[in-house]
Design a protein around this ligand. Structure first.
Ligand SMILES: [Zn+2]
Length: 60
């Protein structure tokens, strides 16, 4: 896509599930998972894991 002059892992403006670039850090992610069912599903599973089973298995 763009020139990889700065390759930093800490980039809050990308989807942690598919790596897509988001339009904005906060609302952009909500829009993203709203438009991408796989990501929304993973996000839902992630939230469930955090809330219910901390330290549980990560089934990708
Ligand atoms: Zn995504």
């Amino acid at each position: 896509m763009s020139t990889n002059s700065t390759r930093e892992w800490v980039d809050p403006i990308v989807c942690p599930f598919c790596g897509d670039e988001l339009q904005s850090p906060g609302a952009g992610f909500v829009d993203h998972i709203d438009e991408n069912e796989p990501c929304e599903h993973r996000f839902d599973q992630w939230r469930t894991n955090i809330a219910g089973d901390i330290g549980g298995e990560w089934t990708g």
